[in-house]
Design a protein around this ligand. Structure first.
Ligand SMILES: *[C@@H]1O[C@H](CO)[C@@H](O)[C@H](O)[C@H]1NC(C)=O
Ligand SMILES: *[C@@H]1O[C@H](CO)[C@@H](O)[C@H](O)[C@H]1NC(C)=O
Length: 290
């Protein structure tokens, strides 16, 4: 018997394979546009390296040239060091419009020596409210670390250095909307959010430390590119042997599940699915899964 989820997946395959599958080991000049910040975002070293900065006048940000419908996206980031309280660095995907889909990593800065918070969320049809937050098991300002979003028709997996920290499954069968038809662009930004970011807004940005700088390298995308001007993906035979489409069906094996449990047990500091006070009428239906 065919499960409803494999049935749904079969329906999606023609859409997915109708897109242009590409793998790209990043060059920032080819892959992104710096979209705001008036020179505070910089591409360096022939496209191998990118920095964003923030001062009292402005933050900065960039976005991918391509839009994607599913894929695996990796970025190496080294976060603002020292006193980063009040700053937020983001790495996320988003579709346009008022019923947008979005998959978020946000890094909330802190005083020197105090831990960053890694904030995650998933939006579907313009609705989020699916926050999970984590401390990291290393100092994210000392070195580059890899932050990855895997997005396929069945699941979204957030990973840090190849350790999965969160999985959001397609539970449309339970009436939970899932991002699966709106192509998304990848975005990143560094901005001031001292009204809420650090200890809920208690600790303000110390502008005497500005400019604040976050660094990026090794942007890898392995996904289905959705052409900008076309109403549907272009059929293509350009997928080459070097393209690795394992992301399309990837799921967590038992080793990965154990790693994720380790992170969630030891480093998760907020889980909307455990926030009974916030949902007095009952937890969202995706939470009631054993
Ligand atoms: C900052 O440090 C404080 C004190 O350790 C901690 O409660 C908080 O979760 C940390 N992170 C942020 C972003 O506030
Ligand atoms: C494809 O990628 C997966 C994980 O991303 C990896 O385990 C696998 O070895 C890769 N396969 C090839 C042929 O490169």
């Amino acid at each position: 018997m065919m499960s409803s989820s494999s049935f749904r997946f079969k329906l999606l395959l023609p859409i997915v394979f109708g897109c242009l599958m590409t793998a790209s080991a990043g060059n920032f000049w080819n892959d992104v546009d710096i979209t705001w910040g008036d020179g505070r975002g910089k591409i360096l070293d022939n496209g191998q390296f990118l920095t964003l900065s923030l001062d009292k006048a402005s933050g900065s940000g960039f976005q991918s040239k391509n839009q994607y419908l599913f894929g695996k996206f990796d970025m190496q980031l080294k976060l603002v060091p020292g006193n980063s309280a009040g700053t937020v660095t983001t790495f996320y995907m988003k579709s346009p419009g008022s019923t947008w889909d979005e998959i978020d990593f946000e890094f909330l800065g802190n005083l020197s020596g105090d831990p960053y918070i890694l904030h995650t969320n998933v939006f579907s049809q313009g609705k989020g409210n699916k926050e999970q937050q984590f401390y990291l098991w290393f100092d994210p300002t000392a070195d580059f670390h890899t932050y990855s979003i895997l997005w396929n028709p069945e699941r979204i997996i957030f990973s840090v250095d190849d350790t999965p920290i969160r999985e959001f499954k397609n539970m449309e069968s339970k009436g939970v909307t899932y991002p699966k038809s709106q192509p998304m662009r990848i975005y990143s930004s560094l901005w001031n959010a001292d009204d809420w970011a650090t200890r809920g807004g208690l600790v303000k940005t110390d502008w005497s430390q500005a400019p604040f700088t976050a660094s990026y390298r090794n942007f890898n995308t392995n996904g289905c590119v959705w052409p900008n001007e076309a109403s549907s993906c272009t059929p293509t035979s350009q997928s080459s042997a070097s393209d690795n489409n394992s992301w399309l069906t990837q799921e967590l094996d038992s080793t990965s599940q154990q790693k994720m449990q380790w992170v969630q047990k030891n480093y998760m500091i907020y889980n909307y699915c455990a926030d009974i006070k916030r949902f007095p009428q009952g937890l969202p239906s995706e939470c009631n899964v054993s």
